[in-house]
Design a protein. Structure first.
Ligand SMILES: [Zn+2]
Length: 284
């Protein structure tokens, strides 16, 4: 699709910085979908109302979610939530612009444009982090406070890596270090004379990731009872759970993942976005 090609080209700088050609490649494979579905199931009921849009531009749906998202108090949704959704989800969508993947806490909607499972889990980790809080709106708005975003980003990446350790998916855990560490470096770096600081942060992330090795420990205590080993993980197209009217058509170029009977989460995006976008965005 032409629009996806444009999005791919515009994201060339983040791709190079992160050494990840899957970043903003605007195509989501069944494998990445499968990771997301398994994660949603594993983190029920916390992310039960979160939804995910897979390389999709559907502003009417985002606005509808903003109206009906009872997870966040209306004063937040009618102010910062409305501004964020209009700018990021409606006017400057990542379907075209290279802002990357993200989770919008005001709509409780995750937006994924990269066929990279660690990134998908990171965004889902944002949803998990927010939805487990009692005062979700108050917690979410802290993201725009300088330096607090570093805490949020670390929480999401830790959750993604922790999940991969839980499921003993060592190969993907190793990839998560390579993808999520440099991404986190962009968040640290933009506080240090960007873009030079951003590049330095990414470099530090790559170096740190190179020293990490996947865990071989068996951490199963938090593993949910219904969790299945990765070897038998289903794809969305083979899903047999009562997802209620299947809202995903796996082979379409862009899809929406609505797990109405499962949890559904908010947003993430590997940085390299202008400060103003970051501010408005609320969720990387
Ligand atoms: Zn993030």
């Amino acid at each position: 699709m032409v629009i996806d090609t444009i999005g791919n080209v515009l994201a060339v700088i983040p791709k190079i910085l992160l050494l990840d050609w899957r970043f903003a490649n605007h195509t989501i494979s069944p494998s990445t979908e499968s990771y997301l579905v398994d994660y949603f199931e594993a983190r029920q009921p916390i992310v039960g109302k979160t939804q995910a849009q897979l390389n999709e531009y559907a502003p009417h749906h985002d606005l509808s979610r903003l109206v009906h998202n009872r997870n966040v108090a209306w004063p937040y949704r009618t102010t910062i939530g409305l501004l964020t959704t209009l700018v990021i989800d409606v006017m400057l969508p990542s379907r075209v612009f290279p802002w990357g993947n993200y989770y919008n806490p005001w709509t409780n909607m995750m937006h994924l444009y990269s066929d990279d499972s660690p990134i998908a889990l990171h965004e889902a980790g944002h949803a998990y982090d927010i939805n487990r809080r009692r005062y979700k709106g108050t917690y979410a708005i802290l993201y725009i406070v300088p330096f607090f975003d570093l805490f949020f980003e670390m929480q999401a990446s830790r959750e993604a890596i922790h999940y991969l350790k839980e499921t003993q998916d060592h190969d993907m855990e190793a990839r998560a270090y390579k993808v999520l560490y440099p991404t986190y470096g962009t968040y640290v770096g933009h506080y240090l004379f960007p873009p030079i600081g951003t590049v330095a942060g990414v470099a530090a992330g790559h170096i740190t990731a190179g020293r990490r090795r996947p865990s071989n420990s068996t951490v199963i205590e938090r593993c949910p009872p219904r969790h299945r080993p990765r070897s038998v993980r289903p794809t969305l197209s083979s899903w047999t759970m009562p997802l209620s009217p299947r809202q995903i058509k796996p082979l379409r170029p862009h899809r929406r993942l609505r797990l109405t009977s499962l949890p559904q989460p908010i947003l993430l995006r590997p940085s390299c976005r202008p400060p103003i976008v970051k501010f408005l965005r609320i969720w990387p």
